[in-house]
Design a protein around this ligand. Structure first.
Ligand code: ADP
Length: 478
């Protein structure tokens, strides 16, 4: 033991047995694993190597005799424990040092290795089986959930008619929206489980690219306009009319990114761009960008975004909802399409999610721009717009006050129509617009927000009038 302690080797932590011996065959170092496996608590150093490998080494007057060739090859040997029982090892013994000859032996217990690889194989099989059971379970449960949700949805849609009063229509619309949200969650869970189990397959076919982009736009434009957000979509003329790809899944990725952009943006605009960035043979690379002017994401949180079930923090899920699956699904889909997804963002300034995918060219779609392949940039909305947008966020500037006045009048209209959900949405915009305002303004805005949450019409009117007065807006706006 003393001798072992004197020799300091970085091999002490190795997982295999390591023994050093000199030209006389005397063991000068053993690591902890070797001492344990050979069952020497003490005294292995100083012994002859033939005590450990008697079938390979014989003690001789000037050291040892052996047929072993020190050529670096791995060989099967038999190692003997202190109590003279033995076990097979896979060993490699090499010669080191010219004058002061030292031999280094590295060995693994073959039985243990076989046992471990059997265990690993078994664990793998168990995990595979568990994954299979899980995905079957998820498929069954989501199917069972989808049936009643669609039942409710169908019935609600049938209930719309001319003789319904406004309150009932509002309630039905709410039920309809809840069902649609529920369906989105169910679909996400199903996609996620299929992707995890490696059972997801893309279904590429020929489709009209611009029609698809128009469809994406039509899916979102109403919600974006209702929220008062600008929406810009630019498609590069270099993208052929028809391409081959999984249209449904591209719509899904874009839809998810645009929904997130809309969810996390209270004021400003959302822009979507699609450009062709490369062509190799009959394949083209498409690059998409979804840019918003929303709450942004901290650098530290960016890595978490694409993990499953991950939201930036718990307050986000409380305030904005969501399952944290969307971006993970997008990432997996994008990767299946041979591309990658990335995010650039600045806190309180906005985020840009971008992704690339490879699509097939259709026959006869040899676009005239073949020689122009390479990165092309689309014209972005004028930078003057960006500058005035900056001013909208700066409390007290004419742009900011104009925007506040507009938002407040939309807000009160929603209150009058008892559309509390939208009123809360505009309230959120007002809160962002008064960021940095004097404390007095902040206090009334808070009072207005609470009154809206409680749906207390009198308190809303009082706070609204007080706010208009304080901000110097016309009284009749109230
Ligand atoms: P969820 O369904 O919860 O929105 P996602 O995977 O789509 O799940 O998004 C995960 C998280 O990423 C969100 O909860 C949010 O914190 C953040 N995030 C996604 N998109 C944006 C965005 N455009 N702006 C700010 N944060 C975003």
């Amino acid at each position: 033991m003393e001798q072992r302690e004197r020799c300091v080797f970085p091999t002490e932590d190795a997982l295999e047995m390591i023994l050093n011996f000199d030209h006389a065959g005397i063991i000068s170092y053993v690591n902890a694993v070797a001492a344990k496996k050979l069952e020497y608590t003490d005294g292995l150093c100083g012994r002859h190597i033939s005590d450990v490998f008697p079938n390979t080494f014989r003690a001789a007057a000037d050291g040892f005799e052996t047929e072993y060739e020190f050529d670096g090859a791995v060989r099967n040997l038999v190692a003997y424990r202190k109590n003279l029982t033995c076990f097979p090892v896979e060993a490699k013994i090499i010669k080191s040092g010219e004058e002061d000859e030292t031999y280094i032996c590295m060995a693994n217990d073959i039985l243990e290795k076989e046992f471990l690889s059997k265990e690993i194989e078994q664990v793998k099989q168990e995990a595979h089986q568990a994954m299979k059971v899980k995905s079957e379970f998820v498929a069954n449960v989501t199917h069972e959930l989808r049936t009643p949700v669609n039942g409710i949805l169908g019935n609600v849609r049938e209930m719309y008619g001319d003789d319904l009063d406004a309150k009932t229509v509002r309630s039905l619309k709410l039920v309809e929206r809840c069902c649609e949200d529920m369906n989105k969650i169910i679909n996400n869970i199903l996609d996620f489980s299929k992707l995890e189990a490696g059972k997801f397959t893309l279904e590429p076919r020929e489709f009209h690219f611009r029609n698809m982009m128009d469809y994406v736009k039509s899916n979102h434009i109403n919600k974006l306009t209702e929220k008062g957000l600008g929406f810009f979509m630019t498609v590069s003329p270099q993208i052929p009319e028809y391409i081959i790809g999984d249209e449904l899944r591209i719509v899904q990725i874009l839809g998810n990114l645009i929904s997130n952009a809309q969810k996390f943006t209270a004021i400003g605009k959302i822009s979507v761009e699609a450009v062709k960035t490369a062509r190799v043979g009959d394949k083209i690379e498409l690059f998409f960008m979804v840019k918003d002017t929303g709450i942004g994401i901290d650098d530290a949180d960016k890595d978490k975004l694409f993990q499953s079930f991950s939201q930036v923090d718990a307050s986000i899920s409380r305030k904005y909802g969501g399952t944290g699956l969307g971006l993970n699904i997008c990432k997996q889909l994008v990767e299946l399409m041979g591309g990658r997804i990335e995010v650039e963002s600045e806190k309180n300034k906005g985020s840009t999610f971008s992704f690339s995918i490879w699509a097939g060219l259709c026959e006869g779609e040899e676009s005239a721009d073949v020689q122009q392949d390479g990165v092309e940039r689309m014209e972005m909305p004028a930078s003057a717009e960006e500058i005035s947008f900056e001013n909208i966020r700066k409390y007290g500037t004419p742009e900011n006050l104009k925007s506040l006045e507009n938002t407040l009048s939309k807000l009160i209209l929603c209150v009058e129509m008892e559309n509390w959900e939208k009123a809360e949405m505009f309230m959120e915009t007002v809160r962002e617009l008064v960021n940095g305002a004097p404390r007095e303004v902040g206090r009334i805005v808070l009072r207005l927000k609470m009154a809206i949450q409680k749906e207390n019409y009198d308190k809303i009117t009082a706070a609204f009038e007080e706010l208009n007065h304080l901000l110097g807006f016309k009284e009749e706006d109230a």
